[in-house]
Unconditional design. Sequence first.
Length: 344
Amino acid sequence: MTTPTAGFAPGDILTRAQIHPVLGGSSFQGICPAVEKRNVLIFSDSKIGKRYGYRDGWLAENDASGPIFTYTGVGQRGDQTLDGGNAAILNHANMGRTLHVFVAVGNVPGTGTRKHKYIGEFKVDERTPYDIREAKDELNHDRNVIVFRLRPTGPFIREDSDTLPLASRSRIRFQSTAGRVARAYRRQRRQRQPQTETTRIESIRDELADAFEAHESAAGMDIGQMELSLQNSTDQISFEIYNQTNHTVYQPTGSAAPESITQALAQLLHAQRHLKDLVPDQPFHLMMLTPALPREDLRGLLADHGIGLVYRNDNGGFSEFAGSTPMSSDARSFRCLNCPVPAA
């Protein structure tokens, strides 16, 4: 169910004094729930985002489900959390509320009153409602922020000025805690949802990732999240388990079944070319992390693409599968993806 915009059309330039009587709410915060009108108003302002090193806006590319507008949640100090205004965005559909997005476009001449361009009505992306990324807070400390992925539900305006710039080159960011925070937030959300086969598999995947990260960290490895920006794109790929010590990327699955294996393989192959070109003399290792040993044909599929395999063994520990002989991950004998040929 959506709430009529009562005459507002995408592209209209408005002040809050014009917006709130129609759509509800009255605060001057970036996220403004309007309970009486069953709306959530979202105000994006590049002047504020610039202070903290982020920018909201459209991704330049559509995915299979259409366009995406990214919006960074509220919270200026410390890690952002899924409560307050951020919860209002995440849970808007369950509350029967519509998201309305506005972008600041300067001031009313001669005043400090901000003007806002109406972008349209939105909903949170059902498959990936948000990403966790690192940014600076108001004290210039590193912290985790919530970047919502919003999809238009009706007419919208999409201008170059509101579109994120293409990355001039592929780039890697190492984020020490973002992966753990993302899994913790997903766990909290699942506790408030009906339990389904999908949430069960997600739970297994996240528990596996937490256990493996703890296992590797105890062995002295520097583990965190890799955020990979893709050249000539606004798209990004995140891997929540990246061993910075030996340049190994892991993609966890919640099952050793074919569907889970092939989905994880697609994610790894998507990143493969960009990682290979980033540091030619320092090859990356791509590994799949599974809760059990997959069947033989799936292991062969991974081997065909140069993807290694680590799985949870019957003792609850982790073993690496190399060829036809499983071996302990403590050996750390990782296979190398596209390693340079040694000089003669």
